[in-house]
Design a protein around this ligand. Structure first.
Ligand SMILES: NC(=O)c1ccc[n+]([C@@H]2O[C@H](COP(=O)([O-])OP(=O)(O)OC[C@H]3O[C@@H](n4cnc5c(N)ncnc54)[C@H](OP(=O)(O)O)[C@@H]3O)[C@@H](O)[C@H]2O)c1
Length: 236
């Protein structure tokens, strides 16, 4: 961002993991539609900073596995931008964790980033969103395939199902000025190193969910505009 309060009336969107892959498409689409976008990164600093510079802003480091940093992160966002209109929970981890071998530490690491992080970050940022004069929105990126409970990705699938359950509960608990949505991508981008033919075969066999980064970005934009959500505490 431009290191200044967004006093000119521009809305502010935070996109976790917004510097690369699907998150980068979301950040770019929101910037094109007039948001001041703050993409966060954990390790991909250069990519996030380059994208943020292209979009006219600044990327911020955020590690979702470290909730003790969220209050400071919220303060920084408030000081720099003064408002938060849209919070997009895009960041997640997707490690291969076959059930016979997964360790408790590997299990906990998935839940720390994919579930505990978004829940506690939402809690930390809610006061800033409640300040937004015209209401604010929180969008969770789920996974259309999570219900398959893939045995090699069980903690991931369960974390995404729990995240959607949290989104439904949040929609019921917050004032109507805060809208809550879930967007469910299908098979969009293979994890790095995933065999290409296997990915194409999986895609051919699966018709569910949104299948391109720009498709995910469009769904989030629609949600931000008050159209289409899976959970919402307001009429569309
Ligand atoms: N790819 C697909 O086909 C697909 C399908 C269905 C659903 N989804 C969902 O769509 C979203 C984006 O998918 P993707 O494939 O683009 O994701 P990705 O490349 O695997 O990762 C997304 C981002 O998560 C960030 N991240 C990882 N660990 C983090 C941590 N501890 N703290 C903060 N950020 C962290 C990464 O930041 P750094 O790079 O900076 O470390 C990365 O930018 C995810 O929620 C995913 O579950 C994806």
């Amino acid at each position: 961002m431009k290191n200044r309060m967004s006093e000119d009336g521009r809305k502010v969107a935070l996109v976790t993991g917004g510097g690369r892959r699907i998150g980068a498409a979301i950040s770019a689409a929101l910037a094109r539609s007039g948001y001041d976008v703050v993409p966060t990164y954990r390790s991909a600093r250069l990519e996030a900073e380059n994208l943020a510079a292209e979009l006219g802003g600044e990327a911020v480091r955020l590690d979702l596995s470290r909730p003790s940093t969220f209050a400071r992160f919220a303060d920084r966002l408030k000081r720099r931008h003064g408002r938060l209109d849209l919070l997009v929970h895009n960041a997640a981890v997707f490690p291969r964790t076959p059930l016979p071998a997964v360790t408790p530490a590997e299990w906990d690491a998935v839940f720390a980033v994919n579930l505990r992080g978004p829940v506690l970050l939402t809690r930390a940022l809610l006061p800033l969103m409640l300040d937004a004069a015209k209401g604010a929105a929180v969008c969770f990126v789920g996974d259309a395939g999570a219900g398959n409970l893939w045995p090699a990705y069980l903690p991931y699938c369960l974390s995404k199902i729990a995240l959607e359950a949290f989104a439904a509960g949040l929609a019921a608990a917050v004032p109507p000025a805060i809208r809550v949505g879930v967007v469910r991508p299908g098979l969009v981008l293979p994890p790095p190193g995933f065999p290409k033919e296997r990915w194409e075969r999986l895609r051919r066999g699966s018709g569910r969910g949104i299948r391109t980064p720009n498709g995910v970005a469009r769904a989030i934009l629609q949600f931000a505009r008050g159209e289409g959500t899976i959970f919402s505490n307001q009429s569309p």
